[in-house]
Design a binder for this molecule. Structure first.
Ligand code: ZN
Length: 484
């Protein structure tokens, strides 16, 4: 409670400072259209997002939650905000229940031939307690989430299984449920074929945090095909040596900064997660989102804009495990949730922006088409009710807050998502600049609108929404059963 009171005091304290600065800024426009034109111009000509992203990726690199790199990233974000004049920018700490450190992952086919086997650990999975030699069992593509054959047949084996999405439930639901059944049956490891090209591996902890029940390993697509060719002819034995460490509970933090509005009783929250995976630099997931949101904050600040309600910028950690940062945020700010007009998220990479998804809320589509009309000229005026629970948008959806996700052209994002190729050189500066413009204009327009885009849903309406969108299993995996 004490902490909450302190935060509210900080928020209120920052209001007068910010408004004074806004008035003093020589470039502040009284006409919202002028402000929007300036925002778009700044985003597309200053290159601020790209410059920040290069610093983040090349000086900090991959940022696993709880790691020194994650802390360095939050230090860099806070310093950048302070340098931009966000005097009240601050950390908000929370406890990371379970820290994890990746070690080496070695695999080899032992028989009927000896050959290398290219494997890598998923996140928050245990190691193998030394080198183990085990047979491989292939479950293929099970039709549902249940173990398709007897527990005895997988005991003491490495189990190859193609996990997939069932209905609207994302793939991690089956991955997590299957991992638990395999562990219960006594399997030694779960091998998940990677869908990346060129022997690239995949990593994730979604559904596996705080601790996977057995080693869950990504196996290169080519190596999976090789194993299956061998299995078609007879038994296959492999060797695995996986070294991972759980580091216990530690502190993590979000970074929060406010651009005060003239009516601070309402707020638009704009967010992106700064944690990432470690095989690469986390440039597109989600360095690009952090860079765009941070530059949007700097642009709005430097223009001295004074929207009707406060715009808060939130940089979350722990998204890759289970939306830990945004969940800590909503727990810490319960008293302010009713004040939220909307949460805006960027977490699909620096591709061409198309518009926003309302995460299942049909009632928000028409009001948003009106409020976000300035995005039409940027090619990003599409508003639809598409829904997923794959990022921090979920933490606000389950509270009934209008939760809007930036929609982008898919491009080649999925090829490098959570893979070794998520590096700075893949980022298209023009697309990142456009995303920055869209995030800034959307935040500004929502904050400046006369009314909210929609109301907060009741817990029962949230339940109905999750049922309608088929996302109940994804929600349960992350949040447990909803309170009625
Ligand atoms: Zn992400």
């Amino acid at each position: 409670m004490k902490r909450l009171v302190l935060l509210i005091t900080l928020l209120c304290g920052s209001v007068s400072v910010g408004v004074t600065q806004g008035k003093a800024a020589p470039t502040a426009g009284d006409d919202p259209h002028d402000d929007i034109a300036r925002i778009v111009g700044y985003a597309n000509t200053r290159g601020g997002a790209l410059i920040f992203l290069e610093t983040l990726t090349d000086t900090v690199g991959g940022r696993v939650t709880g790691s020194p790199q994650s802390h360095a990233a939050s230090d860099l974000i806070l310093k950048t905000l302070k340098d931009a004049g966000f005097e009240s920018a601050h950390f908000e700490e929370y406890t990371l229940e379970s820290g994890w450190q990746r070690g080496s992952a070695r695999g080899q086919v032992l028989s009927p031939v000896t050959a290398p086997l290219y494997v890598g650990s998923y996140g928050w999975v245990p190691g193998t307690s030394g080198r183990i030699e085990i047979p491989v069992v292939d479950l293929g593509t099970p039709p549902g989430n249940d173990l398709p054959q007897s527990a005895e047949s997988v005991r003491g084996t490495a189990v190859l299984v193609d996990v997939h999405s069932i209905g609207n439930a994302p793939t991690p639901v089956m991955r997590a449920l299957m991992a638990h059944q395999l562990a219960q049956a006594g399997a030694a490891a779960m091998l998940v074929p990677s869908d990346k090209p060129d022997r690239m591996l995949y990593t994730s902890a979604y559904g596996l945090y705080p601790r996977a029940p057995l080693p869950v390993l990504s196996v290169a697509r080519e190596d999976t095909l090789f194993l299956r060719r061998l299995l078609a002819k007879g038994p296959v034995r492999i060797q695995l040596d996986i070294q991972n460490t759980f580091t216990g509970s530690t502190n993590e933090r979000n970074v929060i900064a406010d651009l005060p509005g003239t009516n601070p009783g309402e707020m638009v929250l704009v967010g992106a997660h700064f944690d990432s995976w470690d095989p690469a630099q986390g440039a597109d997931d989600n360095g690009s989102g952090v860079a765009a949101v941070l530059e949007a904050a700097r642009i709005l600040k430097s223009l001295g804009t004074r929207p009707r309600c406060t715009i808060r910028f939130a940089f979350f950690s722990g998204e890759e495990e289970a939306n830990l940062g945004s969940r800590a945020y909503v727990a810490m700010h319960q008293a302010e949730i009713d004040r939220l007009r909307a949460f805006l998220l960027m977490d699909d990479g620096a591709q061409l922006p198309l518009g926003f998804a309302t995460n299942g809320r049909d009632d928000l589509v028409a009001p948003l088409q009106k409020t976000l009309q300035p995005l039409v000229g940027l090619g990003a005026g599409k508003i639809d009710a598409d829904a997923d629970m794959e990022s921090d948008n979920a933490s606000f959806m389950v509270l009934g807050v209008p939760s809007l996700t930036l929609q982008v052209e898919p491009g080649d994002y999925d090829v490098r998502h959570h893979a070794i190729t998520d590096t700075f050189d893949k980022i298209d500066p023009r697309k990142l600049a456009l995303d920055t413009a869209v995030m800034a204009v959307a935040a500004y327009s929502l904050a400046n609108a006369e009314t909210r885009p929609g109301r907060r849903l009741s817990p029962n309406e949230v339940k109905e929404l999750l049922k309608k969108t088929g996302l109940e299993s994804a929600q349960e995996l992350q949040f447990g059963s909803l309170q009625p």
